[in-house]
Design a protein around this ligand. Structure first.
Ligand code: ADP
Ligand code: MG
Length: 352
């Protein structure tokens, strides 16, 4: 047999590329809402409301009182790789904002229907903006609003049939993941009032979670999980090196929970919620050494020099690389061993 002709290499249609990439940035409902909440935090908001309709399936909205978007940015707002946050490559090494790639709004346009209402302190009225699936501004009208921004996404994934079907089928699970993620931001965003509401069918909206905008992690834990839960926690503060430390709260060794605490374990790097599989494993392993019957709550914020970590690893920015992960893990193991050692006088350990 003779080999068939070598096929011609051609560029993929731009719109298709856009949709393919968008589907990687916005994997699910929680990834979509996360991007909007991060934009509100980056805009300096002190109040953020996340409103869901039918658990986010119908639409979701993030309403903030941040700086707003100025009219000269309206046209480029939802274009891919357009951002007000990152200019040159060196900026990537000293990131202080959640966003930096200018992909979220453009991806949300590709996957659903995006509208924005915004007003800066220099504008007397707000503007309502409608974007098409390629991120182009297609309609603009004046409206009433306080200073800040509301971003609304309708029919997420309507443009990706398979994902859309999955989304509908797994909506309760997606919603659970979203609530856990919002808890993470509500815990760590100090001085920011965060409220999430959901309205189903014809019912009025109900409050899913709510913080008061306190400046302390302790207050946020008490508001979200209750005083009795807080009383079962022990503050932790472990120093890894001169410029690196871990602060937070962990279940006291005799006072974990019988159920899996996966939705009550939160890890942050410089105030950014992230996944830390190795740290999660270590915490659970050492806790199990002291209490084999229960699972711990864990809320741990790592302070690391921005140059020593890289958050630009995965499209959802949930993964981080550390330049010296092994010394972090070693110091953490030692610190946790001290806390969970049966001889530690700080606890009344209920041996099980
Ligand atoms: P990135 O956050 O990486 O810059 P996005 O696509 O999420 O990219 O947002 C694009 C730009 O839109 C941001 O850089 C910011 O200037 C503006 N923006 C988005 N959301 C808001 C908001 N809630 N308040 C003020 N500006 C916003
Ligand atoms: Mg962003």
């Amino acid at each position: 047999t003779t080999p068939s002709d070598s096929p011609t290499i051609k560029p993929i249609n731009k719109g298709v590329v856009h949709r393919i990439c968008a589907g990687q940035v916005i994997l699910d409902l929680s990834a979509a809402v996360k991007e909007l909440v991060e934009n509100s935090l980056d805009a300096g908001a002190t109040s953020i409301e996340i409103a869901l309709k039918d658990y986010g399936k119908e639409w979701f909205q993030v309403i903030d009182n941040g700086c707003g978007i100025s009219p000269n940015n309206f046209k480029v707002l939802a274009l891919r790789h357009h951002t007000s946050k990152l200019v040159g490559f060196p900026d990537l090494q000293s990131l202080t904002t959640f966003g930096f790639r200018g992909e979220a709004l453009s991806s949300l346009c590709a996957l659903g229907n995006l509208t924005v209402e915004t007003r800066t302190k220099n504008e007397p009225v707000a503007t309502h903006l409608t974007f098409d699936h390629s991120g182009l501004l297609v309609a603009e009208k004046k409206t009433a609003r306080q200073v800040g921004t509301t971003v609304t996404v309708k029919s997420l994934f309507s443009n990706l049939p398979v994902r859309c079907k999955e989304f509908g089928r797994n909506i309760r699970k997606e919603y659970g993941k979203l609530v856990s993620l919002l808890n993470a931001y509500a815990l760590i965003a100090k001085g920011v009032r965060i409220v999430c509401t959901n309205a189903t069918g014809k019912n009025a909206k109900s409050v899913v979670l709510k913080t008061q905008g306190s400046g302390s992690l302790k207050d946020n834990i008490v508001t979200l999980f209750g005083m009795s839960t807080f009383n079962c926690l022990e503050p932790v503060s472990i120093s890894v090196s001169e410029s690196c430390k871990v602060d937070g709260f962990l279940s006291k060794s005799g006072q974990g929970s019988g159920r899996n605490m996966g939705d009550r374990q939160f890890f942050f790097v410089n105030g950014r919620p992230v996944d830390m599989p190795k740290v999660t494993k270590l915490v659970n392993e050492l806790y199990r050494g002291a209490n084999s019957q229960q699972h711990p709550i864990a809320i741990m914020d790592f302070t690391v020099p921005t140059r020593a970590c890289d958050v630009n690893v995965t499209p959802d920015k949930r993964k981080v690389f550390f330049s010296d992960e092994s010394s972090i893990l070693i110091a953490l193991r030692e610190g946790l061993q001290q806390i969970y050692s049966p001889n530690n006088a700080r606890f009344s350990v209920n041996k099980v």
